[in-house]
Design a protein around this ligand. Structure first.
Ligand code: ZN
Length: 310
């Protein structure tokens, strides 16, 4: 049984067992949860589909970034203000949902108010940029709702729905958690080569008011961090270079959950940055980007997304 027929089978079984015809009522999309039968296959912990890179790839990317900095005349160590908004990034939010057809009801159908709440969560998390919801679409499509990263369905969805990625942040909300992920994103240095695939994809139930403990919209915050050039805080583990950002201490592995006492998994100075948006902690624990990360994002915007501000 493949993933799609498995999901459908569970959903139909849940419908038949419960008699319910609506797994996610349209009027309360942000507070209702899928039926228990469907939820069993969803991930129990945060899993991000954005690639963790091998050291050789990081090496190549960082050399490319350094070359771009030189080409654009960036001085070494040039730092832009971390606490001043550089501008507003327009967002095109694409809700892809799944209609049960004969059985009635749908899953993943978000409202424009839901999308606005997600965009507001982005603006609250980022000190260097603001976000503005400019485009909102709703599309019913089974293949796109259940798509996996790298699939033809991903390509088709983005080709069909995406706004110009040099001028918009495209956010797609889908049933991504059914393939075991909460989100994935494209790095900024890929935008020029594959503009049609740019943007971030999130599971619809990760928006503010979604499915705890990932219910504050921080999945999108995390994915937009990748979209602006950040790696995971645990990229490279305890290796010296780690995530290439100096003020995020090295971390051996992703952190899951939410605690107040920070673990220390690497011999290098500093405890694990479990409150950083680029770790895997619960949304309640994800509260910060460091100045070094903000500087890296600002640089990435100027190098690779020069036309992104309104
Ligand atoms: Zn990630």
């Amino acid at each position: 049984m493949n993933q799609k027929s498995g999901v459908l089978g569970l959903a139909v079984a849940a419908l038949l067992l419960t008699g319910s015809v609506c797994l996610l009522p349209q009027s309360s999309a942000t507070t209702s949860h899928p039926a228990a039968g469907a939820r069993q296959i969803k991930p129990l912990v945060r899993v991000c589909g954005t690639s963790d890179l091998v050291e050789r790839d990081v090496d190549l990317i960082e050399r490319f970034i350094a070359a771009e900095r030189r080409r654009r005349g960036f001085k070494p160590g040039q730092v832009l203000p971390a606490n001043v908004s550089l501008g507003t990034i327009p967002v095109a939010f694409h809700c892809v949902y799944y209609d049960f057809g004969f059985f009635g009801g749908s899953e993943g159908l978000l409202t424009e108010a839901d999308a606005q709440a997600q965009v507001d969560a982005l603006s609250a998390a980022y000190t260097n940029v603001d976000f503005s919801l400019e485009i909102f679409t709703q599309t019913q499509n089974y293949d796109w709702f259940f798509h996996s990263p790298g699939s033809q369905a991903e390509r088709n969805m983005k080709l069909s729905l995406g706004a110009d990625s040099s001028e918009f942040l495209n956010i797609y909300s889908t049933g991504l958690s059914y393939v075991g992920l909460l989100g994935y994103a494209k790095f900024p240095w890929n935008q020029r080569k594959s503009p049609e695939l740019d943007g971030v994809v999130i599971s619809y139930d990760s928006i503010p008011g979604g499915l705890a403990p990932y219910d504050e919209g921080d999945t999108a915050v995390h994915e937009v961090g990748h979209w602006l050039g950040l790696y995971h805080t645990f990229q490279g583990g305890c290796r010296r270079r780690n995530d290439t950002v100096d003020d995020t201490p090295a971390e051996a592995a992703p952190f899951y959950g939410c605690v107040t006492a920070q673990p220390d998994t690497c011999p290098a100075p500093g405890v694990d940055p479990i409150f950083n948006f680029m770790d895997y902690s619960d949304d309640a624990c994800l509260i910060e980007f460091t100045p070094g990360q903000v500087d890296r994002m600002n640089t990435m915007i100027q190098l690779f997304r020069p036309n992104i501000f309104q």
